[in-house]
Design a protein around this ligand. Structure first.
Ligand code: SF4
Length: 454
């Protein structure tokens, strides 16, 4: 197996509810209202390159497991109206980031390929015209694709627009699972996309799988894993299904008794880790796998893996500007999130106001803890002496409470602490979110709003 250790009883014991730590503080800790001034100041003083994230919320059909911010509709014109609001938002940021270059772009959703070819062209033109996006500069230009809403012609169009990375939601290849989650997509359709993406010379193909879905069995999931290995994508994301029906209405259509037991769910995860590492993939962080030649694997080996709101990334040191409903930005110690629903988002943008709903300016303590959590979740190790020097703190004194909370993990062999380092041991890697939570000062009564860590 990989450098990830496996002890089911420890995984079960420490499998608590906790954030994914795509930021610290997390999005659930952002507060409303958020004043414009901290945002404007952060944009003015930061000289970092910008990564852009654009949220495109429309989908044709509801997948019952979905926890994304989305709008289910068949009305294509809604995307035109949305792009008009987006253009207003982009123009608001234009003078604020004029001194900065734009690096990577990621389109997420919802379903970015809900947009027609004309609408996608309009979006890229807007970004080139107003924000100086240069699709020929060698940066990552990536998009999440739903093969059900993307013809092969549209895929070729995406390549012609400058996209060089594609990510597909596969989730599970078994029909009974696909029916249970209301997302039926034939494997032949995904296979045709992968073949076409290779012909078109996309730099990287990512496939997403989810374990813990309704009707999933170990045998069936083994079929999904075998199929994904056969497709040989550059990257694989293996996510745990987070059943939170009180937060996501669509999940109420999933009956509790159709879900696999915790024991079966863990067995699926174990099988996934085994199959992918046996197939030559490098385990990245807690839930990704990449071919050793892939950029993500290379930056991990070089100790430069980073994390932002999209997960593990090669360019997390960039400032992140999120555009569109619900998008989150992070620039120089300020995090802000746009209005989640399309109507209030659009109303504000069309009135030429930043469509921001909530946010936070990080305190020095927030920055210290964010840095520490990022180190542990990306590299599984922290040089505590170097960290103390960097931040001008006495490590043991500053983190006295956290180090006490960490003791059970140490006793159970998940973490080792020496004079100069904290190391997450192989059996602790899958539980790194739980380990990071010992340094999180925002976690208290709201903890069950998060999914379980495995
Ligand atoms: S999983 Fe993706 S395609 Fe399905 S409803 Fe959610 S955002 Fe839309």
């Amino acid at each position: 197996m990989s450098n990830i250790g496996w002890q089911p009883e420890l995984i079960t014991r420490y499998n608590i509810h906790g954030p994914r730590y795509t930021s610290y503080p997390t999005a659930l800790s952002l507060v409303s209202p958020m004043l414009e001034q901290p945002i404007l100041s952060a944009l003015a003083r930061s000289s970092q390159q910008l990564s852009l994230y654009i949220h495109l919320p429309f989908c044709h059909k509801l997948c019952f497991y979905c926890g994304c911010n989305k709008v289910i509709t068949r009305h294509q014109w809604k995307a035109d109206d949305y792009l008009t609001a987006l253009e207003h938002e982009i123009k608001l940021y234009k003078p604020l980031i004029a001194h900065r270059t734009v690096g990577s772009l990621h389109l997420g959703g919802g379903t970015p390929t809900f947009l027609t070819e004309v609408q996608l062209t309009r979006l890229i033109n807007m970004l080139e015209t107003h924000l100086g996006l240069n699709v020929n500069a060698g940066h990552e230009i990536s998009i999440e694709i739903d093969p059900r809403s993307c013809t092969l012609e549209k895929l070729a169009h995406l390549k012609s627009l400058g996209f060089n990375r594609v990510s597909y939601g596969v989730q599970d290849v078994n029909e009974d699972v696909q029916i249970a989650i209301n997302r039926v997509q034939e494997s032949s359709m995904v296979a045709a996309h992968i073949a076409m993406a290779r012909t078109l010379c996309f730099d990287s193909i990512n496939l997403d799988l989810i374990y813990g879905l309704p009707m999933q069995t170990l045998t069936g999931f083994a079929r999904s894993l075998a199929q994904v290995v056969e497709w040989a994508p550059d990257r694989i994301s293996l996510f745990s299904y987070a059943h939170l029906p009180s937060r996501f209405a669509g999940q109420r259509k999933i009956k509790n008794d159709s879900l696999p037991s915790t024991e079966h769910k863990l067995a699926m995860l174990q099988l996934g880790i085994e199959k992918f590492t046996d197939a030559g993939y490098q385990a990245i962080g807690m839930d990704h796998f990449a071919k050793p030649t892939d950029e993500l694997a290379r930056v991990q080996r070089a100790g430069k893996l980073q994390r932002n709101f999209q997960g593990y990334t090669t360019h997390g040191s960039n400032a992140l500007l999120g555009l569109g409903a619900s998008s989150i930005s992070q620039v120089d110690g300020v995090i802000w999130q746009n209005e989640k629903d399309v109507k209030p988002y659009s109303d504000l943008a069309l009135a030429n106001k930043l469509p921001v709903a909530k946010g936070v300016t990080l305190s020095v303590d927030d920055r210290i803890r964010a840095d520490l959590i990022a180190e542990l979740i990306c590299h599984f190790e922290l040089n505590t002496q170097a960290f103390a020097c960097k931040w001008g703190i006495d490590f043991e004194h500053y983190f006295a409470d956290s180090l006490v909370r960490l003791q059970p993990f140490v006793r159970d062999g998940l973490v080792s602490i020496s004079e100069s380092s904290i190391r997450v041991l192989p059996v602790g890697k899958l539980l790194v979110r739980s380990i990071c939570s010992t340094f999180d000062l925002y976690l208290h009564e709201g903890q069950t709003r998060y999914s379980k860590v495995v």
